[in-house]
Design a protein around this ligand. Structure first.
Ligand code: ADP
Length: 488
């Protein structure tokens, strides 16, 4: 049975990675490239037996990994980051072939960031994870972050290795062991990464990968009584299923879910900057949870802004993501492409005005959808309330700030917001009223790993980043020591 794929000059194993070994199953699922639909290979799907074996391996590896302490773990994690850096081009091509996002971004930003995610949390555990002891009537409170056990990480397909290492980095640095289930549409980078953990000398069982569909592989993992945490990035409906599965064991959850974030242009905004930031909302073919997909612009500047925005969109080059000149690649999968087309077709059928795009890119065919803008959708229509996760934005105008805040906060989500303004006081007055985990003012996508990241409302539960990550992955403990009773 085939169990490797040759890609980007590398050999990628398509079997599960359990206890440092490759595990084949008879149950295969096909993996295709979104770029041209070409068949990449068959992936070995893990069922309940393999998931149980992975959790058992991670449990067995836990005591020694936890006992190693942050400094020794840090040495191994830095070796792993070195290996990621030595393989940036390979990892970038693997990811581009598997999920269709830009090779340019992977080489310049994403894969270096993968290495940084690992280094950052390794160093944080060594240098920054402490809280000064404090006194209560002469007693000292001593706070520590103890490793919690085996963590289940469930990750999505839009930025596979980047999002996985936001979780893997702090979990391993905290002394936990890991079972990762990557998204079934993008399993390849995690498999190659597993080989790097072996080369880095990370002990068998500390890091495990199981592949497969949510129902087949994800469910037995998240309902397993032997895991101490579940960290999930994905959609709201799946989060509800996972929360129910976790309820029996009361497994703590961290959820980073969807968004329908506003991209706000105030009347006093620099419109060139606003147009530059607006066009970035099409990044990754719109498959970014943080995207500001609802452009809300003050009516006095709406026409001037739209003109500048149009010029920038017209300059975007759509095509093969391996071409370094390309700005927008394909959507991830035919199923997702149909979902996006469905939203767009229904909005058109409702009579909502298409300003540009509004259809697949017929010239390129396949999974390429044109960057799309709808104008003035009626309040409550699904195009302004549902997360589309494609290159589809809406534009609405407002008059007063009060009206703006109501529109901006008017969805079930609260992940992010982007605001463009030329006046600090005005910007502050608006941002203080927005419901969002992250707000970018006159910028977009600036993300410091020490900053809290997550969503309000249905956009998530909890925050990741810096100490917030360790508060989740570790067991935070307070040891209260009395001044009395000592014999020495
Ligand atoms: P999408 O982002 O494609 O809408 P999901 O939120 O369903 O999808 O997927 C994100 C991740 O959650 C994927 O790794 C997927 O396999 C996984 N997943 C889906 N359903 C379940 C489930 N019932 N239990 C555990 N994981 C699941």
């Amino acid at each position: 049975m085939e169990h490797t794929i040759e890609l980007a000059g590398a050999t990628i194993d398509t079997r599960n990675f359990i206890n440092g070994e490759r595990v084949a199953t008879g149950d295969l699922f096909a993996n295709h490239s979104p770029i041209d639909g070409s068949f990449l290979g068959d992936i070995h799907q893990a069922g309940e037996n393999e998931v149980n074996a992975a959790v058992e391996a991670a449990r067995a590896a836990f005591p020694a990994w936890a006992a190693l302490g942050p400094v020794k773990r840090g040495e191994l994690l830095h070796k792993l980051a070195d290996l990621v850096e030595a393989n940036i081009e390979t990892l970038a091509m693997i990811e581009t072939m598997d999920n269709g996002s830009l090779l340019r971004s992977h080489i310049r930003g994403v894969m270096p960031r993968v290495a940084m995610n690992i280094r950052f949390f390794a160093d944080w555990a060594i240098n920054k994870l402490h809280h000064p002891a404090f006194e209560t009537r002469g007693h000292s409170n001593n706070i520590s972050w103890d490793p919690s056990g085996v963590v289940a990480l469930i990750t999505p397909w839009n930025a596979p290795l980047m999002l996985a290492t936001w979780k893997i980095g702090p979990a391993l640095a905290a002394g936990d062991t890991v079972v990762l289930k990557p998204a079934e549409w993008t399993p390849l980078s995690a498999s190659f990464f597993a080989d790097l953990t072996v080369q880095a000398g990370i002990p068998a069982g500390v890091f495990n990968v199981v592949n497969g569909l949510g129902k087949v592989t994800g469910m037995p993992l998240v309902s397993h009584p032997g895991i101490s945490r579940i960290s999930f990035t994905g959609s709201v409906p799946t989060a509800k299923v996972i929360a129910r599965a976790a309820a029996d064991n009361l497994t703590p959850l961290s959820f980073e879910l969807g968004g329908k974030s506003p991209m706000i242009v105030l009347g006093d905004a620099d419109l060139d900057l606003a147009a530059t930031l607006a066009v970035e909302q099409y990044d990754n073919a719109g498959q970014v949870c943080l995207s500001g997909t609802r452009v809300l612009v003050h009516h006095t500047v709406a026409d001037a802004f739209a003109e500048k925005f149009r010029e920038k969109v017209a300059a975007l080059k759509q095509g093969d993501p391996r071409d370094l000149e390309t700005d927008i690649g394909p959507q991830i999968h035919p199923v997702h492409f149909q979902r996006i087309s469905g939203f767009v077709d229904r909005a058109k059928a409702e009579g909502i005005e298409v300003v540009w795009g509004g259809e697949p890119n017929a010239e390129l065919g396949g999974l390429f959808f044109k960057p799309t803008l709808f104008k003035n959708p009626p309040v409550g229509s699904e195009i302004v309330t549902s997360e589309i996760f494609g290159p589809v934005l809406t534009m609405q105008t407002f008059d007063t700030d009060e009206e703006l805040i109501a529109m901006a906060n008017g969805t079930e989500f609260g992940l992010a917001a982007c605001l463009v303004s030329g006046n600090r006081e005005h910007a502050d007055a608006v941002t203080s009223q927005l419901v969002a985990g992250t707000i970018w003012v006159n910028c977009f996508f600036v993300r410091d790993l020490s900053a809290p990241f997550g969503g309000s409302r249905k956009s998530g539960i909890g925050r990741e980043g810096g100490t917030w990550s360790f508060d989740f992955y570790a067991d935070v403990k307070n040891t209260v020591v009395s001044p009395n009773g000592w014999k020495e």
